[in-house]
Design a protein around this ligand. Sequence first.
Ligand SMILES: [Zn+2]
Length: 120
Amino acid sequence: MEYIYVCKNINSSLASERGLPESRVRALDTLTGRLLEVINRPFSYFGDHKSVVSYIESCENVLQDLWGFDVDRSKHSYWNKVQGCVCPRMDNQDNWGVDHRIHDMTCPFHGQIIEEVQHE
Ligand SMILES: [Zn+2]
């Protein structure tokens, strides 16, 4: 599938492979761009840490849906890339797809969040 719109923030080949219509590709690219702006300069957009965390989680859910993936919090990948987050990246990358996040208790964004671990 060929797109007229030129993507700045997403992989248009992947979008094409998934057969996504151009309108959705535009939405994905725009929302991803916005998410990256917030991640890089969170307090240009929000006044407190909690609002930033909430925005990023919501964005990731919408992006998964627009891509046509299941909305799955365990497969979010932007939450600990926000400027100022000190949560471990590699360990959380290893946990991708597992509903358990590792927070650094000193993180201004995620340090106060009590993680709920689901047992089966
Ligand atoms: Zn953090």
